[in-house]
Write a protein that binds this ligand. Structure first.
Ligand SMILES: C[S@@+](CC[C@H](N)C(=O)[O-])C[C@H]1O[C@@H](n2cnc3c(N)ncnc32)[C@H](O)[C@@H]1O
Length: 325
């Protein structure tokens, strides 16, 4: 009886995760089951179910007016497609990424954030709340302060100096190709595509690591533009410090441990793009050559992280929005 009454009183709550279909959904399913069970146990008055949607967040993911609460953590700096061909840097966050490349990346990021908000605006019920946290720049933190991007760049440049890589390889480590002719052709295509804002999602750009960190003014501009759909309840930029960095600073983790976490992070982020760029058939490298290059790169990254530990922190936007409906 008691159980029956409790079931009748239970409020239905359904969580749904969105990630690109190429992600590891087996792991996602496993962890969503675990935390669904944990919430259910702590909140017996809820009936908790969950699902996963294998789809880009830059497309419609849910039926119209079906969501009450949304949370996006550390994903919105990923772009809908690669906007630009980095010519000489291993990541768009390097201080040596050119102003032209930044302009193209920024325009693309503004277009993506706007599209994301427009799409979510269709999916949310009036008064629904959306909390966004993503890596960005604040006015107080200039581009060059992303020290860890420049650390990777310095290692790559050292390998150029030692004759292990070509200068042109640096851009291709971010996934781009480098032959001069193709680059010019690419730039022409980009210019045409940038002129037509609604072609982002269809465009087949050469890949660079498809992430970008928007500056504060650009973000505020986007939120002002969607004010008819989303009421901005709060916006602030916080300094996100990696737990490992904190532990290292407080003496609870060794230099070796912080370096390993730092380099593993880079490996997860960069290796797939290095694979596309440095191991492509046109680069003329065998699988063994590529494996050796990769090993050297990450050995040197480890040595650099040990010799000069980089603060693993980054500015992140924390934005709370209410759907105007
Ligand atoms: C840094 S992880 C954060 C994951 C998770 N929110 C967390 O806090 O652990 C960034 C995630 O964004 C996902 N992602 C990248 N582009 C995406 C897109 N267009 N649509 C949906 N998810 C995307 C990646 O696959 C990755 O899982």
């Amino acid at each position: 009886m008691k159980q029956q009454r409790q079931q009748q009183q239970q409020q239905e709550v359904h969580f749904s995760h969105v990630d690109v279909p190429s992600n590891h959904f087996t792991a996602l399913f496993a962890c969503s089951q675990q935390y669904t069970a944990a919430i259910q146990q702590t909140c017996p008055l809820l009936h908790v179910t969950s699902s996963a949607v294998g789809c880009s967040m830059y497309s419609r993911n849910f039926p119209r007016a079906s969501l009450s609460l949304g949370f996006s953590f550390s994903s919105l700096h990923w772009q809908s497609s690669s906007a630009v061909w980095l010519s000489r840097t291993v990541n768009p966050g390097c201080s040596k990424t050119t102003p032209e490349e930044h302009a193209a990346l920024r325009a693309h990021a503004i277009s993506d954030l706007s599209a994301f908000l427009r799409l979510r605006g269709e999916e949310f019920v009036p008064s629904g709340l959306l909390l966004l946290c993503y890596v960005c720049y604040s006015d107080a933190v200039p581009l060059s302060s992303m020290a860890f991007h420049d650390a990777a760049q310095a290692v790559a440049e050292g390998m150029v100096a030692d004759g292990l890589l070509q200068l042109e390889d640096l851009g291709s480590m971010a996934g781009g190709r480098r032959q001069q002719q193709q680059q010019q052709q690419q730039q022409q295509q980009q210019q045409q595509a940038f002129a037509a804002a609604d072609t982002w999602s269809n465009a087949k750009y050469r890949t660079s690591t498809p992430v970008y960190f928007l500056d504060e003014a650009s973000q505020r501009g986007v939120y002002a533009n969607v004010a008819d759909t989303w009421e901005l309840l709060s916006f602030d930029i916080v300094d996100n410090v990696s737990p490992m960095w904190r532990e290292y600073q407080e003496g609870r983790a060794s230099n070796e441990q912080q370096a390993a976490v730092f380099v593993n992070f880079w490996r997860a982020l960069m290796e797939p793009f290095m694979q596309q760029g440095l191991a492509r058939p046109a680069a003329g490298r065998s699988a063994a050559d590529f494996a050796a290059l990769l090993a050297t790169f990450f050995e040197r990254m480890t040595a650099a992280a040990l010799a000069n530990p980089q603060p693993a922190s980054y500015p992140a936007a924390r934005v709370l929005l209410r759907c105007a409906g």
